[in-house]
Design a protein around this ligand. Structure first.
Ligand SMILES: [Zn+2]
Length: 424
């Protein structure tokens, strides 16, 4: 049967205008809905309950959808729609993810077919599946969903297009639009799922903060010092902090304006910071109460760069280690503790010498622990202001330090400020 005949049949069964039915039918078929399924959903749409078999899911407001709903019919405006490639049962599949909203609320969705959704479209999704994700309902729009585009748009109290600032981003966010400065960018080769691939990784900044990013399909617009607009970025957690992912489906364009990047990191209590589960850029102040083992002069595996003991790498066995300097200092501010990890340059500062000096001292003493001892003497008992990237995982709370400076707060001034606070 031709589409025209299907439309004729439907129109006479349902007693509605043939041209109207035909245009709906065409829409659905264009979006790859099989014709029988399309006819079923139009029967439902035009109110022929008799042939719908299992019954039409009830129309619901977004705010009323719960994970217990098996499927729903919902009308809403598309706020965001971002393509992403996933590997499903061994093959790559392009899905569209985002949020839709009505007057009552908004909800995440995943579209498993290409329905051609664009931000700003108002749609009715008939028989959309509901699944639970992190305790919240999410819509699954797929083969069995009858999707139609409405000509009347809804007034929704949300921004359309997914514009966001870095500080607002959370792991799980999809189809975000950002205007950011590329603060740091390096090209790396990784062992991806399809063998070796080149990626870009680094740090993005805007007025609200800074976050790390990965560009899985390197574009020339992303380079150190550039200001860019990134459309359709998604956010995943990496080492305890949100990371901006720029994929082959993202659109990156140059901005001809400078992005002001806030220079202040959030200052927090140690305990408060650790409870967040990880922050990319944070400043903590605490007393250095101890220097941990594995500080001072250390050796790294030439293959994996992990710290080795007595020339033995856990993965690569007997190796010729590379000498390096590092400090793991435990900081305590009374609310909690964190291990500040200092790289070679910051370690040189607190040691008061470079790698050559450290090697010389170790040779003289015939013990490389003298380097850690020296650092311990210089650091323990003093208060430090440290800024960097905090990760919290099974290895504890570690702060990858970018700066590590003795706190210049005058204890007497702080005591006075404290007393004033108590008096007030
Ligand atoms: Zn190794």
């Amino acid at each position: 049967m031709e589409l025209d005949d299907h439309a004729e049949e439907l129109a006479s069964d349902l007693g509605v205008d043939k041209e109207e039915v035909k245009s709906d039918l065409q829409n659905l078929v264009e979006y790859s809905v099989p014709v029988d399924e399309a006819k079923q959903s139009l029967r439902r749409k035009y109110g022929d309950g008799s042939s719908s078999g299992g019954g039409t899911p009830s129309a619901k407001n977004v705010a009323d959808i719960t994970p217990e709903d098996g499927s729903v019919t919902v009308t809403g405006t598309v706020l965001t729609a971002g393509e992403r490639s996933i590997r499903y049962q061994g093959s790559d599949h392009v899905i569209v993810e985002g949020q839709i909203a009505d007057e009552t609320g908004r909800i995440d969705y995943t579209a498993w077919e290409d329905f051609g959704l664009e931000p700003g479209d108002t749609i009715t999704a008939g028989n959309a599946g509901v699944r639970e994700w992190d305790g919240e309902p999410e819509l699954n729009v797929g083969e069995s969903t009858a999707l139609s585009f409405e000509s009347d748009s809804l007034e929704v109290p949300y921004g359309i297009g997914g514009e966001a600032e870095l500080a607002d981003l959370e792991a799980g966010d999809r189809a975000r639009t950002l205007e950011v400065a590329v603060l740091d960018c390096e090209r790396r080769t990784i062992d991806g799922r399809d063998g070796e691939t080149e990626i870009l990784s680094g740090v993005l900044g805007d007025e609200s903060g800074r976050l790390p990013f990965t560009n899985w399909d390197p574009v020339p617009e992303i380079e150190e010092g550039a200001s860019v607009r990134i459309e359709n970025a998604y956010v995943q957690e990496f080492r305890g902090v949100p990371e901006v992912n720029v994929s082959e489906f993202s659109r990156v364009t140059h901005l001809d304006r400078e992005i002001d990047v806030g220079s202040d990191a959030t200052t927090m209590d140690v305990g408060e910071a650790v409870r967040t589960g990880g922050i990319y850029d944070v400043e903590l102040v605490g007393n250095a109460i101890a220097i941990r083992d594995g500080s001072g002069l250390i050796q790294r595996c030439p293959e994996c760069y992990r710290v080795i003991q007595k020339g033995q790498c856990r993965t690569h066995g007997d190796v010729d280690g590379i000498d390096d300097l590092r400090v793991k200092a435990i900081l305590d501010d009374g609310t909690g503790t964190v291990t500040a990890v200092l790289g070679d340059e910051l370690t040189e500062d607190v040691y008061g010498g470079d790698l050559e000096d450290a090697l010389e001292a170790a040779r003289e003493a015939m013990d490389q622990e003298v380097v850690a001892d020296e650092i311990r003497e210089n650091v323990v008992g003093r208060e430090y202001r440290v800024r960097g990237h905090l990760s919290v995982d099974e290895y504890g709370a570690n702060l990858d330090a970018e700066t590590f400076e003795e706190s210049d707060d005058d204890p007497a001034a702080r005591a006075t400020a404290f007393l004033e606070e108590v008096d007030a």
